[in-house]
Design a protein around this ligand. Sequence first.
Ligand code: NCD
Ligand code: ZN
Ligand code: ZN
Length: 440
Amino acid sequence: MTESTLAIRGARMLVNGELRRRDILVAGGRIAKIDRAVDAEAPTLDASGLVALPGAIDAHVHFREPGATHKEDWASGSRAALAGGVTTVLDMPNTTPPTTSAAALADKRRLASASSLVDWGLFFGLTERNLAEALAAQGIAGIKVYLGSSTGGLLVLSDATLDGLFAAYGGTVVVHAEDERLILQKLAGLGHAPLPLDHGRIRDVPGALEAVRRALEPAARHGGRLHVAHVSSPDEVEAVVRARAEGVRVTCEVTPHHLLLDESFVVAYGARGKVNPPLRPLPARDALWELVRAGAVDLVATDHAPHLLSEKDLAYPQAAAGLPSVELLLPLLLESAAERRLSLSDVVRLSSEAPARAFGIERKGRLEPEHDADIVLVDLLAVRSVNAAAIRSRCGWSPYAGRRLRGWPVYTLVRGHVAFGPSGYDASRRGREVTFRSAR
Ligand code: NCD
Ligand code: ZN
Ligand code: ZN
């Protein structure tokens, strides 16, 4: 049997930072050739007028299965991802049960294999008691450590546990960097029942910075590999940049909401804007943009955290923390490129190349021969407003509803298969678990 082939014809793609017309030949799920014209015999996907980018890699999603499938599962989350130009996701361990044991990891693998339409990898969650089991886990994206509590019960308070992890682990440690003791101190000192705008005072920048410091210290001492999730302030990024200059192997990510929303969203929508770490005042957001443009922030990841509006629009203490956005990852970044906050090359670096490199994902993140044919064909001129009624994530809402965005995925291909296109989804093929080489 011959390998199935597909020729994507007439697209433009980035060649040395410039858009050039190129054809892409796909064979056996990989990119076989990129040239001005390829194999005349192969079945054709006409991509005239579209721009080919490597599929986005969202290194931070919460697909909620097992345990909270009323707000997302692998099927709904991966469909949302495809619409956002995302072809690979790395899923966090704060599911129910949490991914903190070999059995829970095996179970989540079964669930993702059965239903995900995009390729995927899984994080293992660290607790105060499961270090040996975490170290024994094979094939994972990395080990996630919550230094402050967030959705789900995962939490590591002890520096000794963190030290033990860095002493023994060769893979990537991802931290949720907010210091639990400082959070509790601030909450106790508030002097009144907390309201939505107090979220940013309880979980302030010094608390985030202290947690970054607590993670950097053992990473530096043991030569470990650290990734700081969802930075919310320039201070955290500057700490990462300083450590990197001193030789620490550390990267960091920023979310779309910390770049595109700020505290005024909480003023307008109350607890709906509750997210960990919190949305900050406007100056922090502007400073983050500067650091993103300067290359100090390694990558963009959504921290897609779907909750129903009925779980969000509650009194502050009861409201769920987290904001969804996986299905808007590329539209939000492409709009930022249209506004000239970023170049198209920056978009590709932040959403594809850097996550593949940071986590050592094999054969992903680039449009190059031998790489997986994870390709998103985008229409840079398409202008649409985010329609709350058409949100694919099961949570059914978006903090970006009503925003006019320029640049939308038209086709999303996973290993050469058109999984999302103008006629909708083709769910006949499942995503696969990705493989990791030792991370850098
Ligand atoms: C996330 C969630 O809901 O799973 N919530 C959030 O506020 N970011 C958990 C997390 O990433 O901390
Ligand atoms: Zn987090
Ligand atoms: Zn998260």
